[in-house]
Design a protein around this ligand. Structure first.
Ligand code: PLP
Length: 367
């Protein structure tokens, strides 16, 4: 049966999200015996600390019961961690779920969402699933062009996504740029700051968007436990916004959207978040090391404020870089569909050993 013909028209042509290849799959497909390293999904290379694993284990004995439906206790903990009212926090099955709830809950079919391009690959997917349109605004020098994004606002605009730092270019926009963007924005436009890499940022002029909430009711800030907290596999993210918007998100979510183990793991992660400092410092050191080395080989590497880098080789240096690295057991993300050059790659910062291995394999490929 041609099930596709039975689908709702606006969903028929959606390209599904293609995740970074899992290590086991690459081993099976390519019959590689040695160690395979995955630097393709901006995950934390380190497993969660033992305290988190213990909390997860303890909670797993209770999974015959449904979880707390609104992630009440986790909301309290997040609010305490940030220093705001818990009525401003909403927890989702990854921050991806919240993006989806926002678009489906607020954007009408004749309205538009302004997004940067290239940016997080899930944005167009989520927007198309909701049957609405996006307006893509090209980056300038690998950075979000907030001025151009503001100029694209029309009577149809309902939402704007500001991915800061931006995936896949790893660059950020400053507090000053954000303030200029927010100045005069209609208050019936929701401005969504996607701050998935917030904890990795070291730039001093990075915007503290939580402080903007007092004067801008139309701001939504998204953060996640998937990156610095090493909990990608649990699926927990959260938003910070006006309490009334939180009420709306509860209206449109699934009854038990965040599972028990995820809630327990995230609570433990917050309790021991002081332990992350060392890993954030290590990420910054490794980020510099890998970026500097790639620049020595002639790659263009925009300054990163995240746990990954965009690396663009000089024209004609190499062909099928992603495939060649893969055949040597190194999984990175190809960026060719993004108009960043046919051989552009996005590489997650791994452990020091993984990063040395990546650089070694790369050197051999290009030499
Ligand atoms: C910019 C950006 N936003 C959101 C996400 C998704 O995060 P989560 O795992 O919380 O759904 C990612 C994950 O890669 C991301 O890069």
């Amino acid at each position: 049966m041609d099930f596709k013909s039975l689908m709702r028209p606006h969903m028929k042509d959606i390209s599904p999200y293609i995740p970074g290849k899992p290590i086991e799959e690459v081993r099976r497909e390519l019959d590689i015996e040695g160690e395979i390293i995955k630097l393709a999904s901006n995950e934390n290379p380190y497993p969660p600390i033992p305290e988190i694993l213990r909390a997860i284990q303890e909670e797993s004995g209770k999974i015959n019961r449904y979880p707390n439906s609104g992630s009440h206790y986790l909301c309290n903990d997040i609010a305490g961690h940030i220093g705001i009212e818990s009525s401003r926090i909403f927890v989702g099955n990854g921050s991806n779920e919240i993006l989806d709830l926002l678009v489906r809950g607020f954007v009408n079919p004749d309205e538009e969402v302004i997004i940067p391009y290239p940016s997080f690959i899930a944005y167009p997917l989520i927007i198309h699933l909701a049957g609405v349109k996006e307006v893509k605004v090209p980056l300038k020098d690998y950075r979000l062009d907030l001025k151009a994004m503001k100029e694209k606002i029309t009577g149809k605009t309902k939402m704007v996504f500001i991915c800061n730092p931006n995936n896949p270019t790893a660059t950020y926009v400053s507090g000053e740029e954000v303030a200029q963007f927010m100045d005069g924005i209609r208050d019936d436009i929701l401005v969504v700051f996607d701050e998935a890499y917030y904890e990795y940022v070291t730039a001093e002029d990075y915007p503290q968007t939580v402080q903007l909430l007092e004067s801008n009711e139309n701001i939504v800030i998204l953060r996640t436990f998937s990156k610095v907290y090493s909990l990608s596999g649990l699926r927990v993210g959260y938003s910070i916004s006006d309490p009334e918007l939180v009420t709306c998100l509860h209206m449109v979510r699934q009854p038990f959207n965040v599972n028990r183990i995820a809630q327990a793991g995230a609570r433990a992660a917050l309790k021991y978040s002081g332990m992350l400092e060392e890993r954030v410092g290590e990420n910054a050191r490794q980020l510099k090391l890998v970026s500097d080395e790639l620049r020595k080989y002639g790659f263009t590497v925009p300054e990163s404020q995240t746990n990954f880098i965009l690396a663009i080789p000089p024209e004609g240096m190499v062909r099928d870089l992603v495939g060649k690295l893969l055949s040597r057991g190194v999984i990175v993300r190809g960026m060719s569909p993004f108009g960043l050059g046919s051989e552009a790659i996005r590489v997650t910062i791994g452990t020091p050993d993984e990063n040395s291995r990546f650089l070694r394999e790369l050197r051999e490929i290009i030499s």
